[in-house]
Ligand binder design. Structure first.
Ligand code: CA
Length: 412
C-alpha cells in the first residue's frame, strides 16, 4: 500500500471530465485496435525506457506479451461513495485474528526479527504490524501482473508520467533478475509483495537480508521484513522511542488546530493538563523535552493520543493517519498491551473481519445476491444491509456495524 493513498488523495483532487471521456473512448475501442494502440504507446515509451536503463532486449522480452487491462482505469477513477468511520476501519484492521496471527509470526520469526532490530533499530512488533496491515502477513499480495497494470496506466488515464516511472522501475527489477516475471503480481496500482512496496520504493529500499544475492519481497520473508525495517529506518525511525500513547484530556482543552503535525513539548502538554490515560504524569512516560502532536481521530470525545516522530515515520509508509494508527495500535497489541481505554464516540461499534463474514453469511442465507462472504463490505452488501435495517426498524445507512449484526442474529 506504500504510495497508494498519496495517489488516492491526489486522484481525488483531479476527478475530471477529461478522464471520463478518455476512459470512455479507450475502453470502447475494439480489442484489436486497442492492442494496436497499446503497442504504439509501448513503441513511444521504448526510447525513454532505454534512457532509464532498460535494454532494448529486456524491454521487448518483458513487454511483448502485455495486453492492456482497461478495467484498471475504473479503479483509478473510483471515488468511494461510503467513508468508513475510524472505528470500523480499526475494528477490521486490528482484530483478534490479526493480533493472534501477529503474535504467532513474532515468535516464528524471532531470530530474524532480532537481527533486523540490531541492524535497523526497529522493534519486531512494529515490523510485524506493518507486515500484518500491508499484506495480512504475506497472505494478500494483490493479483495484478505488474507489467500489465503499470503498462496500462503508463498509456491510459490520468497520471501517466507517474506510472511510467513505476513501469520502468518494474522492467529494471525484472531485468536485474531479483524477482521472476510470473511472480511479480500486486495491487492494480503497482504495490507488490509482503511489504506492498511500489517498484521505485523497491529499488531504493528493498534489501537482500538472507544474503542469497536477490532482493525478493514476494517469496522471501527475511528480505521482506528487513526491507520494511529499512524503509522505516531511512524515513527517520528513532530507535527505542514509542510511536505515542493514549492520553486523557482535561475537560476544558480546545483541540482546534491540534494534530499530528502540530508538535509541542511534553512540558507544554503537561502545563495544558494532559496526563496519560491512567492519570499518570506524562513525564513518567517520556522526557519532557520530547515533541508530540495531539491526535484525536474522532474528536475530543473519542480516544486521544500524543504522537511522536515515529508515528510520522509509520505515516510515511502510507499517508493516512488512520492507517498509521492501525499499525501503531497493532504493534502495541502485539506487545501485549490492551485496547484503547477511551471508547469511540458511537453506540454502534465496528465489526472484526470474522464478524463481517458472519454478517455476510446471514445475508446470503436470506437470499441476497452479495457474492462471496469475503469480509469485504462492498456496495451489494451495503444495499442488502440497508434493506434489512429498514425491515428491522434500524437507521438505514447500509453500514456493517454491531447493531445490525446482533439484530440479524437474534431474528434469525
Ligand atoms: Ca534475498
Amino acid at each position: 500500500m506504500n504510495g497508494y493513498s498519496q495517489r488516492k488523495s491526489a486522484i481525488a483532487r483531479f476527478g475530471s471530465l477529461f478522464s471520463f471521456i478518455s476512459l470512455f473512448f479507450c475502453a470502447n475501442l475494439p480489442v484489436q485496435a486497442q492492442q494496436a494502440d497499446f503497442a504504439a504507446c509501448l513503441d513511444r515509451l521504448q526510447p525513454e525506457a532505454q534512457k532509464a536503463g532498460i535494454s532494448g532486449q529486456a524491454f521487448r522480452q518483458f513487454t511483448s506479451d502485455i495486453v492492456p487491462d482497461m478495467s484498471i482505469l475504473e479503479k483509478l477513477d473510483y471515488q468511494p461513495e461510503f467513508k468508513q468511520p475510524i472505528w470500523d476501519y480499526m475494528a477490521a484492521l486490528v482484530d483478534e485474528q490479526r493480533i493472534q496471527e501477529g503474535k504467532q509470526n513474532l515468535s516464528l520469526h524471532k531470530h530474524t526479527l532480532s537481527r533486523i532490530q540490531e541492524k535497523y533499530g526497529v522493534d519486531p512488533a512494529t515490523v510485524v504490524a506493518v507486515w500484518g496491515v500491508e499484506s495480512n502477513f504475506g497472505q494478500t499480495f494483490g493479483k495484478y501482473p505488474l507489467t500489465q497494470a503499470l503498462g496500462t496506466l503508463s498509456c491510459y488515464g490520468r497520471r501517466q508520467a507517474f506510472f511510467q516511472k513505476e513501469f520502468f522501475a518494474t522492467l529494471r527489477i525484472l531485468q536485474s533478475g531479483d524477482i521472476a516475471p510470473e511472480r511479480l503480481v500486486g495491487s492494480w496500482a503497482g504495490a507488490f509483495g509482503h511489504t506492498q512496496f511500489m517498484p521505485t520504493t523497491f529499488e531504493r529500499l528493498a534489501v537482500d537480508f538472507d544474503g542469497d544475492g536477490q532482493r525478493d519481497l514476494m517469496d522471501n520473508t527475511e528480505d521482506a521484513l528487513a526491507s520494511t525495517a529499512n524503509y522505516l529506518s531511512k524515513n527517520g525511525w528513532r530507535s527505542g522511542q514509542p510511536w505515542g500513547f493514549e492520553v486523557k484530556l482535561p475537560d476544558n482543552l480546545s483541540i482546534a488546530g491540534e494534530g499530528r503535525k502540530k508538535k509541542r513539548s511534553i512540558q507544554t502538554w503537561i502545563s495544558k493538563g494532559l496526563t496519560d490515560i491512567n492519570g499518570k504524569a506524562l513525564d513518567t512516560r517520556v522526557p519532557t523535552s520530547m515533541q508530540a502532536g495531539l491526535l484525536t481521530p474522532a474528536g475530543a470525545k473519542g480516544p486521544a493520543f500524543l504522537v511522536f516522530k515515529n508515528f510520522d515515520v509509520i505515516y510515511s509508509y502510507n499517508a493516512a493517519e488512520s492507517y498509521a494508527l492501525a499499525i501503531a495500535h497493532l504493534s502495541d497489541r502485539l506487545k501485549g498491551k490492551g485496547p484503547f481505554k477511551n471508547a469511540w464516540p458511537t453506540d454502534d461499534l465496528g465489526l472484526s473481519r470474522a464478524q463481517r463474514i458472519t454478517l455476510q453469511k446471514i445475508l446470503l442465507q436470506k437470499g441476497y445476491d452479495i457474492g462471496e462472504a469475503d469480509g469485504l463490505i462492498g456496495s451489494k452488501t451495503r444495499e442488502a444491509i440497508k434493506t434489512e435495517q429498514t425491515r428491522l426498524g434500524l437507521t438505514a445507512d447500509g453500514r456493517a456495524g454491531q447493531k445490525i449484526l446482533r439484530a440479524l442474529q437474534s431474528s434469525n
